[in-house]
Write a protein that binds this ligand. Structure first.
Ligand code: C2E
Ligand code: CA
Ligand code: CA
Ligand code: CA
Length: 278
């Protein structure tokens, strides 16, 4: 069903039919991948802006399709959300990230591990008990796990979302508001949320270094975060010019290709060990 010029008459085109068949095939393949345990996590470091030491590793989902190669989470996560697969996948992500965190701790690495949560997961009553069970099983302190929740999900100011945030806070988890700047935060809602960090969306970072306007926006976010006693993380840092502006503005943590791309858990352990700052 397509919307044309605001009118809501539905029509079907051959192209659309192909599209739908492709979607159905992709969904079927995703179901199989989930059942066979073919999804993987890669990890991207966040570094301390002052000394560039690793502070956290964000877990990011990867799906290696046997024929199509790597399929982006931007494609398969919305699909999983539409078809009721996201909760199962999300539970696995939490379990696997905790298992990995425990292994890293045994190797002497004590950084936080961050997982992305879908809005659908927040609506599950057993989300926090599941997280707590995983933490307990792998002996990870709650504050070592960051849950990244996008601003648009976080700002959905319903009783349900508020209750979910309250349970996350009570459990002692580290909450990060992801993709900050893309939603419609009100200062009032932001103040009420028990978050520990704001993660500025890549769109704002991209223009840093050559745009005075982008710089002002990031500066305003950093100042507001300070007032609210939140840490600020910048995502998508790709150039030394962007890094220098962010450090100058007092951003706390940095993440992006300039430092490291997402990589396997093994590669990350080596990277953390031998890292040379750019
Ligand atoms: P996100 O949480 O905002 O993650 C950041 C995305 O930017 C990642 O893409 C990362 O690989 C990419 N990135 C990191 N640094 C740079 C950089 O310097 N330049 C550029 N151009 N890109 C950079 P990825 O891994 O494809 O993930 C895309 C999105 O998929 C994530 O955005 C997140 O919303 C979602 N996602 C990934 N894994 C999960 C998951 O386990 N659960 C849920 N619910 N969503 C996930
Ligand atoms: Ca994220
Ligand atoms: Ca993000
Ligand atoms: Ca983003």
């Amino acid at each position: 069903v397509k919307q044309v010029g605001g009118a809501s008459h539905a029509f079907y085109t051959p192209a659309l039919a192909v599209d739908q068949r492709e979607q159905a095939e992709l969904l079927q393949a995703l179901r199989h991948a989930v059942q066979r345990g073919e999804l993987q996590l890669v990890y991207q470091p966040k570094v301390d802006a002052r000394n560039l030491q690793i502070t956290a590793a964000e877990a990011l989902l990867r799906w290696q399709h046997p024929q199509r190669g790597t399929i982006s989470p931007v494609v398969f996560i919305p699909l999983a959300e539409r078809h009721g697969l996201i909760n199962g996948i999300g539970r696995w992500v939490i379990e696997e990230a905790c298992r990995q965190a425990a292994q890293w701790r045994q190797q002497g690495m004590r950084m936080r591990v961050a997982v992305n949560l879908s809005g659908h997961q927040l609506r599950q009553d057993d989300l926090v008990p599941h997280i707590q069970a995983c933490l307990k099983r792998h002996k990870i302190p709650a504050e070592r796990l960051t849950v990244e929740i996008t601003e648009s999900v976080a700002m959905d100011d319903t009783a349900h979302t508020r209750a979910a945030f309250e349970r996350l806070r009570k459990a002692g988890l580290h909450v990060s508001i992801d993709d900050f700047g893309t939603g419609h935060s009100s200062l009032a809602t932001l103040r009420r949320l028990p978050a520990a960090e704001l993660k500025i969306d890549r769109a704002f970072i991209t223009d840093l270094g050559h745009s005075e306007r982008a710089r002002s926006i990031v500066q305003a976010v950093v100042q507001m975060a300070r007032t609210l006693e939140l840490r600020v993380v910048a995502e998508g840092v790709e150039t030394t010019a962007q890094r220098d502006v962010l450090v100058g503005l007092g951003c706390n943590e940095l993440q992006g290709y300039l430092f490291a791309k997402p990589m396997s858990a093994t590669a990350l352990a080596l990277w953390a060990d031998t890292d040379e700052p750019p």
